[in-house]
Write a protein that binds this ligand. Structure first.
Ligand SMILES: Nc1ncnc2c1ncn2[C@@H]1O[C@H](COP(=O)(O)OP(=O)(O)OP(=O)(O)O)[C@@H](O)[C@H]1O
Ligand SMILES: [Mg+2]
Length: 329
């Protein structure tokens, strides 16, 4: 830890991939023992930040200190003090839980690890299953095992890249409790990335909202939400509606179209909804959704788009597969 009480700090952190600026002059200050979230759409630069902070990817410009060591000058010391829980499964299914821990200890040249391993197994309630092959574990147990592996060498900081992606709601909830528990019980600082609004809101002491490589807002979830003095109404209708018709409704302060959805910024959903129903009575409201101040509306407020629907990666992906299809024809 640095004298300033920060587990992670970065100034002007930047990453270029050729001409692409994946991370653009980001400043980070993560107090020791807290949970910090990077929230943003596909391709925003979240994973790239983690890669730079863990020494996996060179820093193009700027500086970063993790667990008291400069990442560019002292990557080995950083690596010894951080853990990584990747979205991809890192477990060996043919080995038991205990053998996975043993393998992890081998890979990291740990000598004193058994006591810690037993403590982790007990904490994650896996003691009884430690001799069973990990291939027989449930999704939740596998997640616990992955976190146990990342904690084995007693890191000061753990990085979790999309820890709950692809999990069903129950396992996701369980994992939220686990991450909070690990943070409190082991005093470990957590930096995680997420697309999920509720996840960042529930878990994180501080959140940075990231878009196109830049931090567009940083603060506690409640600070960020307090900035938005508006509700958002998302609307789909079966008849074509003009923006002018929506803008004319009292209390509607802005109107944007995203695909087939209208996104209205309104002073108060309670006041505006009756007027909206009245005005659109003949246009066939197909779907309506009210977004009260949330980290999602913070993102919409700043960037003009929703987190889930935004992002170049989906388009890149579609472009890529379109070109593959064309090549095969
Ligand atoms: N090795 C690489 N070479 C070239 N470009 C890259 C490389 N890695 C990432 N990028 C690009 O950098 C940008 C940021 O990518 P990054 O993986 O950090 O985004 P992300 O926020 O983690 O997205 P996701 O939510 O999809 O995981 C993207 O435009 C991506 O295509
Ligand atoms: Mg990523």
């Amino acid at each position: 830890m640095t004298a300033d009480g920060l587990a992670i700090s970065a100034k002007g952190l930047t990453k270029h991939y050729g001409k692409l600026v994946a991370v653009d002059h980001v400043d980070l200050a993560v107090p020791r023992g807290t949970i910090f979230g990077l929230l943003g759409p596909n391709g925003a630069g979240k994973t790239t930040i983690i890669k730079m902070l863990t020494g996996l990817s060179d820093i193009t410009d700027g500086t970063a200190t993790v667990a008291g060591f400069d990442v560019a000058r002292d990557p080995m010391h950083v690596k010894q003090r951080v853990g990584w829980v990747a979205a991809e499964v890192i477990l060996d299914d043919d080995l038991s839980g205990w053998e996975n821990l043993w393998l992890q200890a081998k890979l990291q040249h740990l000598t004193e690890w058994k006591e810690r391993a037993l403590q982790l197994l007990a904490y994650f309630e896996l003691t009884d299953r430690r001799k069973d092959k990990v291939g027989t574990y449930s999704t939740g147990m596998r997640k616990k095992m992955e976190i146990a592996l990342a904690l084995l060498h007693q890191p000061e900081v753990i990085f979790m890249d999309e820890p709950t992606i692809g999990l069903d709601a129950n396992v996701r909830r369980m994992l939220w409790e686990l991450i909070t528990g690990v943070n409190r019980q082991f005093g470990v600082t957590v930096l995680l990335t997420s697309h999920y609004i509720e996840e960042a809101d529930f878990l994180c002491d501080h959140v940075a909202i990231i878009d196109h490589g830049k931090f567009v807002a940083v603060g506690t979830p409640s600070e960020l939400k307090a900035r938005v003095r508006a509700d958002y109404v998302e609307l789909e209708t079966s008849e074509a509606v003009t923006p002018a018709k929506l803008e004319a409704i009292a209390g509607v302060t802005s109107v944007r179209q995203q695909g087939s959805t209208w996104v209205l910024r309104v002073s108060s959903a309670e006041e505006v909804l009756p007027r909206l129903f009245h005005t659109l009575a003949t246009d066939g409201i197909r779907r309506i959704n009210v977004e009260k101040p949330s980290l999602e509306s913070v993102f919409i407020d700043i960037t003009g788009k929703k987190i889930d629907q935004a992002g170049p990666d989906v388009q890149d992906y579609r472009k890529f597969y379109a070109s593959v299809r064309r090549a095969r024809q």
